[in-house]
Design a protein around this ligand. Sequence first.
Ligand SMILES: [Zn+2]
Length: 455
Amino acid sequence: MKTHVRCGTLFSAGDLEGRPGQTLVHDEHGILEFVGPTGQAPKVVPGEPVLDYSRQFVMPGLIDVHTHLAYGNAKSEEDIDLYSPLEFRALRGLFFAQKMLAAGYTALCSPGDAGQVSLSIRNAIRAGLFDGPRVTAAGPYITARQSLTDWYPSWIGVPSTSIGRLVRSRDEAIEEIRVQAKNGVDCVKIALDGIQRRPDGSLIAAFTEEETAVMVREIRRLGRKAVVHAIGREATLYAARAGVDLIFHAYDLDDECIDAMLEGGSAIAPTLTFHLNTLEFTQPHEPAAVKGRVEYERRTYERSCRNLAKAHKAGVPMMAGTDSGFAVTPYGEWHARELEIFVNDLGFTPAEALIAATRTNARFLADSERVGRLEPGRCADYIAVDGSPLENISILLDKSRIHAVHLSGRRMALPARDYDPREVTDASLTNWSNVYTQARVAELRRDKPLRRAAE
Ligand SMILES: [Zn+2]
């Protein structure tokens, strides 16, 4: 049996246009058979359902290529790595994946998680055990002693529950890639930014150019996609020259990086939402502010927008992701903020931003042939929105305007369940953000008389 969907305006992501008076028709498996003007659509046979979204804006389900399902709205790196058992992280991740789906995100990539958390969430949804978005999953980040995710002192090492998997040699890197491929990852993530800086402030990559190329070759040989975390110019250049599929951040790119990306076919997912949220939402008393992180993010943001706008203009494909999963980027809340940033700060039109979050993002997904645009042969993954994001991209952030979410044609009915965040991710060991010397206490007392804790 066919289902007919009447659309007020349809943005199919086949091009940049939103068209009035269109209809989608899909079969009982949720595969689209017709997309076009209602006048030319197949006639409704008595008994076939007709869905009326004639007052809504219908578009492909949104995609976020950078959401860490296992992080649990973490407040710190320790939160990400240490306090919750992997089993709990998987259950929690499934819950949060549903929050994303309710916000209009029908697919996501979870690039880098401990153990097999994202893989398990992907498989449980795929098997039909739970409703949830389509998940493209990675395993732990491939990490060197110089990498981002090896953040504990050398005498602690990288715990087994960490999001990084430490490799101490080229052979160990190859072995880890093979293990991950055997476990069924869709993509392999390399933590390519290092922790050392040159006197001019530039970041030294965590792996050499040759090591990067060797790893990417093996990832590709095993039929997986390669993705890297690279903010620094050197890491970005190594990644682009190795032809990785997707580079996260790339904030310090230069013309040489852009040329290498255009030649090797790398896309960028800037993931600026995390930085903008950090600099706008962090409260003055919070450690991130006290430690100077907010100022750092402000400088990063401004520099990044300049560089990324150049890359966009040069024709490097841009994908939309948010780094959701931190306390500052909770699931289901800010995914569309990246599109607002694309429009406000990177020179995209709203239509181009919608293309980034649908058609372009889909290129990186495991389901790339089936999602990302509404055309015959693809899945009927779509959302119906109250209002037009072509006129105001920010309406996608308003959950009350996400009128309906359909996955393979089926309307998702997800409970708007509240939860207790303290039971989910609130295990940080940080109790104080100040050192209470007599001088500091006297200072505080001047502002406001202190009460004894017992009172
Ligand atoms: Zn990330």
